[in-house]
Design a protein around this ligand. Structure first.
Ligand SMILES: [Zn+2]
Ligand SMILES: [Zn+2]
Length: 334
């Protein structure tokens, strides 16, 4: 099969690799669509993310969907031909975190496109049958792939306790901010205000359900949220937004930016604000698929650019080159 391989910083090539052999509980999936993520671009540009360092050639891409074409000997799910959305991290199932239901915190998780585990910018991947989720035929391949970033939004809303009537501030209208916005509305939030510095993205946020937008280059945030979903990864923007959070509010840090964040400590203490990090997600796929299938969340609207496997490098650099880019998708069969 053809696979797009990151050989080093700024060096991606298409190579021939053997089609993976599915293990006993794995299905072999012909990959139809893969979203590109900021983390893929980060590995391409820097060769590492924090403690994860690319030491061997690595296939990037972890937001994937496809069609089941073969099954391991013990697989009971998914007949060949079934379209699936792939959850890209398979945990150990037995450690304390897994047994507590927090499998996203499993220290032994094997996660696509995180060294040394290969991702999905290739024609076929093998994945545990329980981590391939059937999607309805009404859902596009691209929407099925983007259930991965949608899961990040679902997890953020759950961690923030977003529910009916919630007042939510979303900082950053990139793909994650836009799915978090839609998920918050779908969870019943009555107000969702979105901030960014890109007017085009703020317009899209409005179209997708934001009840208000703020271009923070021009105006200050005049809104007191109960929940802040920080999706910008910009330390200054995060600190400014935390100052707006109301008493007993919650701050969910989703965006990945600087290593440190100046915390407005007296505000956090005097208002008893809870601040939490998020790491990926757990038990989100059924919700993500339901939200996308019902139309409560529109994932197709996020896709602005498409490339075949030979275009992975362009896909990884699209958002740096083109400010109209929101979500770029790679179609490995093309
Ligand atoms: Zn991602
Ligand atoms: Zn585990």
């Amino acid at each position: 099969m053809r696979a797009s391989v990151l050989r080093g910083v700024g060096d991606v090539v298409v190579q021939e690799r053997p089609v993976p052999e599915p293990g006993p509980r794995e299905v072999l999936v012909r990959v139809t669509a893969v979203g590109t993520c900021g983390s893929d671009t980060h590995y391409y540009e820097h060769g590492r993310i924090g403690p994860f360092v690319v030491r061997e050639p690595l296939v990037l891409g972890h937001e994937a969907a496809g069609v089941v074409v073969a099954r391991g000997a013990e697989v009971s799910r998914h007949e060949p031909g079934q379209r699936v959305s792939i959850e890209p991290g398979v945990p150990c199932f037995v450690c304390a975190q897994c047994r507590a239901g927090r499998y996203n915190l499993c220290p032994d998780v094997r996660f696509f496109a995180t060294p040394p585990v290969d991702g999905a910018f290739c024609e076929y991947v093998a994945v545990h049958e329980e981590f391939a989720y059937a999607v309805p035929d009404s859902m596009t391949d691209e929407a099925a792939a983007l259930c991965e970033p949608l899961s990040v939004g679902v997890w953020a809303c759950r961690k923030g306790g977003v529910g009916p009537g919630s007042r939510v501030l979303v900082t950053g209208a990139g793909p994650i901010g836009l799915v978090a916005t839609q998920t918050a509305r779908a969870f019943g939030a009555s107000e969702v205000v979105v901030t960014d510095v890109n007017p085009r993205r703020l317009e899209l946020a409005s179209e997708l359900g934001a009840t208000g937008t703020v271009d923070v280059r021009e105006s200050a945030i005049d809104f007191e949220p109960e929940v802040l979903l920080e999706c910008s990864g910009a330390p200054r923007a995060a600190a400014d937004a935390i100052r707006r959070v109301t008493r007993a509010g919650r701050v969910v840090l989703v965006g990945m930016g600087g290593d440190e964040l100046p915390l407005p400590l007296s505000h956090v203490q005097n208002f008893e604000i809870e601040v939490t990090g998020t790491f990926r997600y757990a038990n989100t796929w059924p919700t993500a698929i339901a939200l996308a299938a019902s139309g409560a969340v529109d994932l197709d609207r996020l896709v602005t650019h498409r490339f075949g496997l030979a275009g992975v490098e362009q896909a990884l650099t699209a958002s740096a080159r083109d400010e109209t880019a929101v979500k770029t998708v790679v179609r490995p069969q093309e």
